[in-house]
Design a protein around this ligand. Sequence first.
Ligand SMILES: [Zn+2]
Length: 351
Amino acid sequence: MSSDVLRFSMRLLEQEGAAVEDGSGYVDALLPLELARQLGWNEEVRLVEDPSGERSGMKSVAYGTAGLEQLLDLVRLRGSVICLRAGLPTPALRDLVADARNGLRFRMKGPVAFGATTRSMASYLVVHYWLAAASEESHEGLIRVAVNESTLAPLQGLHAALEGLRDALHPGGVQGGAGSRPLPDVLQAASREARRLALRHLEPFMTTLERRRRRDGNRLHSYFESMLAETAARRGPGRASRRVSIEDRQNAVRAEYERKIRDLSLRYGLRVRLRPAALMRVTIPVLQAVCCLRWKTVSRAFPVTWNPILHEIEPLVCDACGCASREVVVDEDLRLTCAGCPGDPAARDPG
Ligand SMILES: [Zn+2]
């Protein structure tokens, strides 16, 4: 099985019309002439991950290599969404009321009602983000997000499940399924989810950084403590003017310590960049039912979706933070909020 980055590159080239073969540890590709020209690569190329293994007719697509950058640029320049249609059988009708009552929980005073189950087509946008985190060390990786374009629910596991269905995915599909929201809204939902996943992905990296920062801080502290002690030891009886000069020196040592600590915080500050690298829209047949919430004179209706690939009812979306949640608190205006909601990430983090 090839690595994430090799499979990602293989998928990109395939979408651009190349014939590819996964050689386990490498990928052989036959590029259309035009694509080979655009990339400046041979038509017949073997993709490898190890940059030192690059020879004539081979391209390394490891993180940070020119090869991967060229591929990403190609996709960015195209800027279009690749539309695929999953050739799956129409799911058998089932009563979604029981699924919704078991799989979703609304904490509210008013009634929750579900309409009849209908067959529908739903579109999902799959976005690959290239994650680059820089601090004293740097870290790169891929973050994949799939969002239901109609409900804007981010769906964990859908991307992986789609990978397993590769043979059933065909070019085509509609430009957005029934009730799809405008692309910018979908992208915003995807990038909110990507930020959440990126933070989770970066946790071990941030733990290591924090450990190093603390170690460097402790070293600085002991170094400056001993400097201070040394200066104090040289104090002793003397004229007032000499004592003043020792105090000056100690103050200078303290100021230098504070400056070094500030430098340390700057050095260990974390800069995270997420760049969307590839957009793929997959349209699949689903089951839907309208969910209707009511409280006094207010009512709100939205679709709930049964996903035949995940074999489950899809989660709800928190109106505040946009995360997927199977249990929501519903307020008197019928806004849905996830339990322990951190609030809108965009309001705290404009990046
Ligand atoms: Zn929330």
